[in-house]
Design a protein around this ligand. Structure first.
Ligand SMILES: Nc1ncnc2c1ncn2[C@@H]1O[C@H](COP(=O)(O)OP(=O)(O)OP(=O)(O)O)[C@@H](O)[C@H]1O
Ligand SMILES: O=P(O)(O)OC[C@H]1O[C@H](OP(=O)(O)OP(=O)(O)O)[C@H](O)[C@@H]1O
Length: 221
């Protein structure tokens, strides 16, 4: 038999939504996979031809782009940030919905007009997306790279604005911030390494179809 395909899945918040999707696609991981306390990184499934690895959300794209895993599940926010040409994203999985937005302190927003900006200092986990977004409208963005807790940066003077994911808006509100511009809507995608897509088509294509059908079954339910 050929080598098992490796699917990279992000730990953290998407995992809970990924599990039912995998079940609908006919893939059942060993129990330790959904146990966040487990220290294992690699997991078997009930299919001998499919193994899973559980890695950080931003690293899923890197593992798949370099061919260390052939398939992955990752937010479109991560794909936008890395822009890897080695990745093909054939299926929108309709999970992990949120948006990537610019936010600033509420008192600043009350007197602010985004059309007047020429230079902004932004704390973000997404410096590439942020620079591209502002460049497209003639604004120079100076980015301070953080890996989390962006919302605390403005009040401490680290930046005057942030670019981060927003879902309910609760994190912004509890930190005195308001959303002033939406950069993109985000959802999780199935990604495939382009080389594996060609060289292992017999294994990869049925799996893409299984995930497509799993998403359709969910929206029909
Ligand atoms: N509030 C949210 N609502 C819905 N989806 C979200 C939300 N925040 C993040 N996501 C999606 O989940 C992915 C992983 O986010 P998560 O917050 O679990 O990562 P993280 O904890 O920052 O990851 P890590 O600690 O591994 O760097 C994001 O890339 C995004 O696509
Ligand atoms: O609009 P809300 O519903 O409040 O969601 C937005 C928050 O969710 C994400 O963080 P997460 O909770 O994943 O924690 P993190 O800072 O560890 O990434 C994101 O970075 C925001 O901080």
């Amino acid at each position: 038999m050929s080598q098992p395909l490796i699917i990279a899945v992000p730990k953290g918040r998407i995992l809970a939504e990924v599990m039912p999707l995998f079940a609908r696609a006919g893939i059942h991981p060993e129990p330790a996979f959904s146990d966040e306390a487990s220290r294992a990184l690699r997991f078997a499934t009930d299919r001998a031809d499919i193994g899973l690895i559980r890695v950080r959300a931003f690293d899923v794209a890197t593992f798949v782009a370099h061919g260390a895993a052939q398939i992955g599940v990752v937010g479109s926010d991560v794909l936008m940030e890395f822009d890897y040409s080695e990745l093909y994203a054939p299926v929108d999985l309709d999970i992990g919905h949120c948006r990537l937005s610019v936010a600033e302190p509420a008192d600043m927003a009350a007197k602010d007009d985004p059309r007047s900006w020429s230079h902004v200092r932004v704390a973000t986990k997404y410096p590439n997306v942020t620079r591209r977004h502002f460049e497209a409208r003639g604004v120079q963005a100076e980015c301070v790279k953080l890996n989390g807790a962006m919302e605390i940066a403005p009040v401490l003077g680290l930046s005057n604005r942030i670019v981060d994911l927003v879902s309910s808006g609760r994190t912004l509100a509890e930190n005195g911030l308001v959303e002033v511009e939406r950069i993109a809507d985000v959802s999780a995608r199935l990604i495939v390494n382009r080389a594996a897509f060609k060289t292992r088509a017999a294994q990869v294509l049925p799996l893409i179809e299984a995930f497509r059908a799993a998403v359709e079954r969910k929206s029909a339910a």
